[in-house]
Design a protein around this ligand. Structure first.
Ligand code: PGA
Length: 250
């Protein structure tokens, strides 16, 4: 199974614009057995996404809280599940750095998401400084080990997204060989049964190589996922790759 996760981040600003993107997706995207597409719009557009895309795609939250009740401004895993999500992104670098989310918090989110029946997509990746200091594997391994503490990765559906922080939203995607090295490191360090995605400035030109040449099980696409035409080019390019992965559908 290849995963294509569309992370809209905090975009777009109006319902009309969100519906336009969703209608653009709906025109092109068909339900597929070999490719799982997960649309993660802002929470306020999840209902629109469900109405427009129906069962063509799966849906995911961009974040969650591990409790419900007196937590102003948060969204619980049960709320996500009840609005039709089956995935949730946890530990995106924009949350780690802008909102101070530590690995321990991310671990709570992941465990609650699993208990609720959502598949967590754990984002990991090094900053430019950490890369220069030669700490890529150290950082990635620590983020995975802490984020997945007390989670049995052999029995629980989990997805990891390797997203080098310096590549996110910068137009400077990670080199395919460098990404491949980290992809293989994650399989060896954690499990080769776990799906690992690449994210960071993915576009229609570079998308296929991460899956075909670097062995990723799919992509987490931010900025480009707001453009239905280019996003569809990415989906088509990935769908055309013959399967090599041992990962089965979740
Ligand atoms: P980008 O974002 O594709 O705009 O770099 C990736 C992400 O959501 O992390």
């Amino acid at each position: 199974m290849k995963y294509l996760v569309a992370n809209w981040k905090c975009n777009p600003e109006s319902i009309a614009a969100a519906k336009k993107i969703l209608s653009g997706y709906a025109k092109k995207i068909k339900k597929s057995k070999s490719t799982a597409m997960v649309v993660c719009p802002p929470f306020c557009y999840l209902q629109n996404a469900k109405e427009i895309l129906k069962s063509r795609t799966a849906f995911g939250g961009q974040n969650c809280h591990w409790q419900s009740g007196a937590f102003t401004g948060e969204i619980s895993t049960a709320q996500l599940k009840n609005v039709g999500c089956s995935y949730v992104i946890a530990g995106h670098s924009e949350r780690r750095f802008n909102f101070g989310e530590a690995d321990q918090i991310i671990n709570k989110k992941i465990k609650t998401a699993i208990a609720t029946g959502l598949t967590p997509i754990l984002c990991v990746g090094e900053t430019r400084e950490q890369r220069i200091d030669g700490k890529i594997t150290e950082i990635v391994e620590a983020q995975i080990k802490e984020g997945l503490k007390d989670v049995d990765v052999t029995t629980t559906p989990i997805i990891i997204a390797y997203e080098p922080v310096w590549a996110i939203g910068t137009g400077q995607a990670c080199g395919v060989d460098e990404a491949k090295f980290v992809r293989e490191f994650i399989s060896n360090a954690i499990s080769d049964k776990i799906a690992v995605l690449y994210g960071g400035s993915v576009n229609a030109q570079n998308a296929a190589a991460y899956v075909k040449d670097a062995g990723f099980d799919g992509l987490l696409v931010g900025t480009t996922s707001l453009d239905p035409e280019e996003f569809f080019e990415i989906i088509s390019a990935v769908a055309a790759i013959k399967p090599k992965s041992k990962i089965t559908g979740q």
